[in-house]
Ligand binder design. Sequence first.
Ligand code: FE2
Length: 339
Amino acid sequence: MKQPLKGPHHFTGITRDVTTNVDFWCRVMGLRFVKNTLNFETTFRYHTYFGDEEGNPGSVVTFLEFKEAPVGVPGDGDIQRLILRVGSYDSLEYWMDRLIANQHHSEMLRLDPTQPQSLVFWDPEGHEVELMVSDSTDTPLVAEADDIPAEHRILGIEGARSFTTKEEQLPFAQHLGFRDDGYRLVLDAERSGRWYFSPPPGRPSGDGRVGVWHHVAYDAGDGAETQAARDEANEGVRPWTKIFDHYFFDSCYSMSPGGRMEICTTGPGFQLDEKLEDLGDRLCLSPRVEPLRAKLESELTLIVNPRPRNKGKGTSTAPPAAVDSSPNGAPATEPSSVG
Ligand SMILES: [Fe+2]
């Protein structure tokens, strides 16, 4: 079997509240806010991106803004959870404490000794997340976060857990290079990717609702490699769309038995229109939408980056250590505002 994919690229959900979304994924989870932009196919909806320090493929969690989307829960055939890697059991304990300090419930999963150790919780809008002590040997993809001990920071995307069976997902995923690995499917690539499964809950799909992960994306390399991967994937059990230009990368999609999947190019990536040290500090618009900037900046909810890297640019000039001074994990300093 040809091996067309390089590993996980990003994971995407839907938000109705970008303020809460940015606060949770950047400030609480410690990911870097790597791109403040609009959904490429609209001119008035945010698309937020969080990731490691460089916004590398394999680290990125993104959200599309749909204020009018109903709230829902994942059902049969949906992605149940985004799974992120952490380094140790102690990290799971750390994250349970940190989530408690930020008023979030969580649950340690260790009743089944055959399963990896995990902590499960929900983001403020109901997206289910699993932190897993992975057996992957991939290079960690880590963001700087002064108030989170280095050994406990998020290490990148492990993969998806879906409400379907491994047997249902296998023909689709096998065609993309995943192999059967007992209770899961594994992609052995430049970066490993895993697909886990939970028994379908017997309720309808919640696709398109807030609180239901929209898709998982895998990296296929450059444009030619992505076209080849798409064409090969399209010969499998489910059809794939054509490839769309999404500015930061090009993407195509299919609906797998375990939820929507995307194949995309590695780049050009988030340094296409910002320097590394500036990522997330301003509203980035594609050339097509740039003529609308003044109108957009007057109408859109102002997004505040809780962790600006270039601290001299914002209103915060306090040293990073000040972040620790709040009992609930909130930064003690005023964050920089961005346009
Ligand atoms: Fe995507």
